[in-house]
Structure formats: structure tokens, C-alpha cells
Design a protein around this ligand. Structure first.
Ligand SMILES: C[S@@+](CC[C@H](N)C(=O)[O-])C[C@H]1O[C@@H](n2cnc3c(N)ncnc32)[C@H](O)[C@@H]1O
Length: 398
């Protein structure tokens, strides 16, 4: 039975969804509309779901995540995409697994819509299945499941032991409690015995914006950053801790006519695994807790770096970037979430807690960004929110 109140709430949410999608125009097909429509669809689901059932579904949802992680371990998604229809027995043989396990895991996966059930023990694929066999997706699944699940499970106890304080020490947080260490996560991942974990982490970083649009597609790069004089002897863009160079590549592909020198900075170990870069990109190993060797670039770009640290470490990193910047010429471009004070999109709020559990760090609101840059002696030229619910851009100068 649906009560009158539930019926009205559901109809209102459905109307919002229809309003979002009914106009056939470019703006109706935009990223912002997609995100609004998704929010309306979620509200519609919530209005029809009873709290008791919704909570049970939510409490049991880690089983879906476990099934996905195990299927990645067994290569199940790669096996499924080989053919239109695959039997549980074939999957079991190719995966070296027990057929009953394949059936039980795929029961959850198909009922969630990540593959298609075509009969008793017969499976087909859809767009989700294809996505699951992508190398970057599998890096994300492996890295996030293996590290965040233990850290999230340890978090309530960590809070209790630490007086329910906000973790800010990269050596002491839920991650350290879960893994029995006092080493910050990046240093821990870089230990020789964690080679596979480190590789999964870097593969995850290559694709960790999901499908949200890259800053180079929505931010007015030419007008805001490249309209003044450009010193062609100095680097145009330095990607500070840019991983394997994926963001640099996006920039170069978006602006093929912009000539300039590009520098990819990261730990030597990460640069060694960045093997597909064009000749215009120079690799320079750094430790961003020490002074940066590349001076006077037009743009220093940092994505997903400051959100990895609480303010003391973030200020330390900023000081080193500042010492490379030329007053009146260089810009620092931060590509991170800018959380609203109210009505935060769920993905950004979740990302914040991911930073909390893994890194004792945080996503920041506009006022938190402002006070961080003020403390670093930097002035904000502009804060820009992306279409949809992705990461914003903050342009700062000396
Ligand atoms: C969250 S990832 C972000 C990577 C890239 N900017 C992106 O958005 O995909 C953090 C990066 O910081 C690098 N990193 C961690 N500690 C570092 C250090 N002390 N010096 C330089 N880079 C470091 C990691 O290797 C990793 O590439």
C-alpha cells in the first residue's frame, strides 16, 4: 500500500524528473541537467522505499561491492564480455572457480544491473559489464575496496579511541588503525612489499574523475590563464604530482595549437610508470615536501593533491609551489571540490569522508579554501564551479 503522502511525494519527484528531461535543447542535455535529473530520480526512489527496507538494502550493500571485487579478482567481467551469452560453468572453468560461487556472486551482480541474466546460469552483458572490464575501472575497484573498506570499518572505533576528534595527522587515522601502521598512506603504498597496491592506486588516479567533465572542457583556460604574455623559454604548464600524466594529456589534446613546454612532476616511481607521454612533456621527479626544481612556469596545476592533506601539510606543499612561482606571471590552478556550505552533492560529501578515512584529510568549503590560501600568502583570483557535481577550479596568484 502506498499512503497518500507517499503518493504525492513520489508524484512531485517524478514531475521534477519529467521537467528536467522534457525540454529538447542543448541545455536540457547538459551535465547540470543530468545531475539534477539524477537527484530527482533518487528522491523518487526514496519516496517509494520504506525506511526499514531502505536501511536493510543499504546495510547489505557492501555485499555488492564484495561481489564486484571478487569478480575482478577472478576476471569474470573480462570473461563475460568475450561472448554474447556465457554459462556459469564456462565462467567457472575460465576463472578457476567453483560454479556455485559464480552463480551466487552473479546473482547479486545481475540483480543490481551490472550484467544481464539470460536464463538459469546464463549471463549476458550491458554497458556496465563493459565498464567493469576497463583497466582504469578495475584499478579503482581494487584500490578503493582493498584500502577503504578496512579503513571505513576501523573508523568508528578510531573515533571512539580518539575522543571523536577530526583526524588531521596523516600518521594517525582510521587507515593506520586498520593496517596496523603509523606510516602515511602514500609512503606505505610505496613500500616494496606493496607494489601491486601502489600500481592499483596509480591506475585508479588515472581515471578517478569518473565521467565528470575535465576542467579543460568547461573552464575558460584561454581567457583566464593564457591571454597575457607567455614566456616561451619557461614551462607553460607544470602538473604538480600529476600521476601518470593523464591530465597533461587532456590539456594538450584540448589545446593542440598552444605551443609550450609541459612538465609532469611526481615521485620517481610514478614517473617510471608514465610511459605514453608525447615529446613535449618533460618528467621531473619531486617530493612536494621539498622545494620544487621547476621555476617560473605560467601555470602550476594541482588536482586532488591538497585534498589529500589537512592544513599543516597542505601549507607545506603550497610553500614549495609558491617558491617556484613568478610574481605577476605565474598562476596556481587547484582542481578540487569546492563544497557548498549547505546542500552538498552526495558524491562530494562521500569523497570528503573517503579523504578522512584514508588520509586524515578533507575536501574543503569555499571559506576553508580562502583561509588556507590566506595563510599561505596567496590571493584568490577566482573560484569556478563546474557544470554538475564535479571538482571546481580555484585560480590563485602571488
Ligand atoms: C590523489 S593522487 C593525484 C594524482 C593526479 N594529480 C590526479 O589527479 O590524478 C596524488 C598524487 O600525489 C603523488 N604524491 C604523493 N606523495 C608525494 C610526494 N611526497 N611528492 C610528490 N608527489 C607525491 C602520488 O604519487 C599521486 O600521483
Amino acid at each position: 500500500m502506498i499512503s497518500e503522502a507517499e503518493r504525492i511525494e513520489a508524484l512531485e519527484a517524478a514531475q521534477k524528473l519529467v521537467d528536467c528531461l522534457s525540454e529538447d535543447s542543448e541545455s536540457a542535455r547538459s551535465e547540470s541537467t543530468r545531475v539534477q535529473a539524477l537527484q530527482a530520480a533518487n528522491a523518487l526512489t526514496r519516496s517509494l522505499e520504506r525506511p526499514e527496507d531502505g536501511l536493510i538494502k543499504f546495510a547489505y550493500s557492501p555485499t555488492i561491492w564484495m561481489a564486484i571485487r571478487t569478480c575482478v579478482h577472478m576476471n569474470v567481467f573480462n570473461i563475460l564480455v568475450e561472448k554474447e551469452t556465457t554459462s556459469a560453468r564456462e565462467v567457472a572453468e575460465k576463472a578457476g572457480a567453483d560454479e556455485i560461487i559464480i552463480r551466487r556472486l552473479l546473482r547479486v551482480i545481475t540483480s543490481y544491473g551490472y550484467a544481464v541474466e539470460k536464463g538459469d546460469g546464463l549471463y549476458g552483458i550491458n554497458e556496465w559489464t563493459k565498464h567493469m572490464q576497463n583497466r582504469l575501472t578495475q584499478g579503482m575497484i581494487t584500490y578503493i575496496f582493498d584500502h577503504s573498506m578496512p579503513a571505513i570499518a576501523a573508523a568508528p572505533e578510531w573515533f571512539k579511541e580518539n575522543g571523536f576528534q577530526n583526524p588531521t595527522d596523516p600518521r594517525n587515522g582510521p587507515f593506520q588503525k586498520a593496517f596496523g601502521t603509523n606510516i602515511p598512506i602514500f609512503q606505505w603504498l610505496a613500500l616494496p612489499e606493496n607494489k601491486e597496491r601502489w600500481d592499483a592506486a596509480n591506475t585508479f588516479f588515472e581515471g578517478d574523475r569518473g565521467n565528470r567533465p575535465s576542467w579543460v572542457t568547461w573552464f575558460p583556460v584561454q581567457d583566464e590563464l593564457l591571454s597575457g604574455k607567455i614566456d616561451d623559454q619557461a614551462p607553460l604548464l607544470v602538473d604538480v604530482a600529476g600521476g601518470r600524466g593523464h591530465d597533461l594529456l587532456e590539456f594538450i589534446n584540448q589545446f593542440p595549437c598552444v605551443k609550450g613546454k609541459y612538465v609532469l612532476q611526481d615521485l620517481q616511481k610514478v614517473l617510471d610508470s608514465a610511459t605514453n607521454l608525447p615529446a613535449a612533456v618533460e618528467k621531473r621527479a619531486i617530493d612536494f615536501f621539498n622545494e620544487s626544481p621547476v621555476k617560473g612556469a605560467k601555470i602550476y596545476y594541482m588536482k586532488f593533491i591538497l585534498h589529500d592533506y589537512a592544513d599543516p601539510e597542505a601549507l607545506h606543499i603550497l610553500k614549495n609551489v609558491i617558491s617556484s612561482m613568478e610574481k605577476g606571471y605565474s598562476y596556481l590552478v587547484i582542481n578540487d571540490f569546492i563544497l557548498p556550505d549547505t546542500g552538498c552533492p552526495l558524491i562530494a560529501a562521500e569523497w570528503d569522508l573517503m579523504m578522512l578515512t584514508l588520509m586524515s584529510a578533507m575536501e574543503r568549503t569555499e571559506s576553508q579554501w580562502r583561509s588556507l590560501f590566506y595563510a599561505a600568502g596567496l590571493s584568490i583570483k577566482g573560484l569556478y564551479q563546474p557544470p554538475g557535481d564535479g571538482q571546481g577550479i580555484i585560480v590563485v596568484a602571488l
